[in-house]
Design a protein around this ligand. Sequence first.
Ligand code: GLN
Length: 451
Amino acid sequence: AHLARIEAVDEKVNAFLHVDREGALAQAREVDAKRERGEKLGPLAGVPLALKDLFTTEGVPTTAGSKILQGWVPPYDATVTKRLKDADVVIIGKTNMDEFAMGSSTENSAYGPTGNPWDLTRIPGGSGGGSAASLAAYEAPLAIGTDTGGSIRQPAAVTGTVGVKPTYGGVSRYGMVAFSSSLDQGGPCARTVLDAALLHSVIAGHDEKDSTSIAQPVPDVVEAARNGEVKGLRVGVVKEFRGEGYQAGVMQRFDESVALLRELGAEVVELSCPSFTKALAAYYLIAPSECSSNLARFDAMRYGMRTGDDGTHSAEEVTALTREAGFGDEVKRRVMLGTYALSSGYYDAYYGSAQKVRTLITRDFEKAFEQVDVVVSPTTPTTAFPIGERADDPVAMYLADLCTIPSNLAGNSAMSIPCGLAPEDGLPVGLQIIAPAMADDRLYRVGAAVE
Ligand code: GLN
C-alpha cells in the first residue's frame, strides 16, 4: 500500500531519492516467512520506513543529497540501518535532503526540492525535508532523520509531524555521512509520539563503532510515551525564544500550548538564557569548521564521481575539478567559511570564540534545568515559507533554526510535536520540548500528554 501511495504522489512531493521496491518487497516477504516458521519477530516487524539518504545502506545507493556521491553504492550498513533491519523494519527507500544535511528547506539537494504536502509550493523544512514529507504525505508511517542544528525538528514542525533529536551520543553515528561530528545526531520521525518512541527504542543504545556513543542504558521512552503526564512537572519558558522575527500565529499556538500545560497541572516558570542569542552565530562557525574537515574525504579518489580524469590533469587537479563540479553552492560556502575560521591566526578569534559561546549556552541550560524539568518553545519562528523565498539569502535561511540550535550545541535531547495551525496561513506549528541529556523519556512523557 505504501509503495502504491509513493507511486501515486511522489512525482509531485519528491520525498524519495530512491525507492527500493524490490528490496522492500523481499524484506516484507522475509518477515512473512519468519512469521510462518514461528520465528521470533523484531519489535517493528513489517513496518515500512523511509530512511534519510545520509545513512549508508549496503547495496542501495547513498548520495547524501550530493552530486559528488551520485552512483555510490556503499558496501556496508550504518548501525542505524542494521538495527532497523534487526527489528524487521522494511526500509522502502532513501529520502531527499539538503546536500550533506546543510540547509533548512531541502532546496540545497542536488536532486531538486521536496514539496510540503500541506502546500506543494512551500518548503518541507530541511535538511530532512524528504523524511518529514514522506510522513505528511502518508508515503511512510515511520522515517529516520538527522539533526545537526534542527534538521529533524524543523521539518517536523512545518509538516505537522513528530521529530526527535535524541541526546548527543544516544544514537550511533557509525555509517551516517558526517557533517559536523560534534553536533550530528540521528533520530526518529513519525506521526505520533508513541510511534516515535517505538522507533527511538529500536535505533538507540551504545555502539562500540562510534567513539562518542554513550555507554548507558537508553531511557524507557516507550513507557513514557504510553503514560503522558505533566502533573507537578516544572516547565520553563525562555524569554529569549520570542520577539522580532516570530510569526504572530506561531506565538499564539505556542502560548495556547503553555496554557494547556498549566491546565494539565504543570508549573510554568519564566526563565532567561542570555547566551541563546549568540547560538546561531556560534553554530555557523562550528558547523562549517567541522564540515570543512569532514568533507576533505571527497577527493575524487575514494568515492563517487571523478571529473578531469582524462590523463591531462594531475591528481590534485582532478580533486579540485571534481569538488568544483560535485559540490553545490551552500557546501562550497561552508567549506570556505570553515577553512577560514580554522586557519592559523584566525582560529582563536572565530572557532575558539564560538567554542566559548558553546560552553556558555551549555551553562545556561544547566542553570535552567536546576529550576525546571523541561523547557518549551516554538520549534521554528515561522511556518513553512514558499520555495525560493530565502534561497538567495543564507542568513534568512539560517534563522529557521533559531530555536533548535541551542540543544545541538549543548548536546541535550529535544522533540517537536504539532500544536495546531497558524490562523493567518493555516499551516502547521511545532511545539519544541527540551530535556537534559539522557532524560529523553521526559520528552515523550510531556509530548504524549499534550499531543
Ligand atoms: N539548517 C541547519 C544547517 O543548515 C541545520 C542542518 C541540520 O540539522 N543538518 O546547518
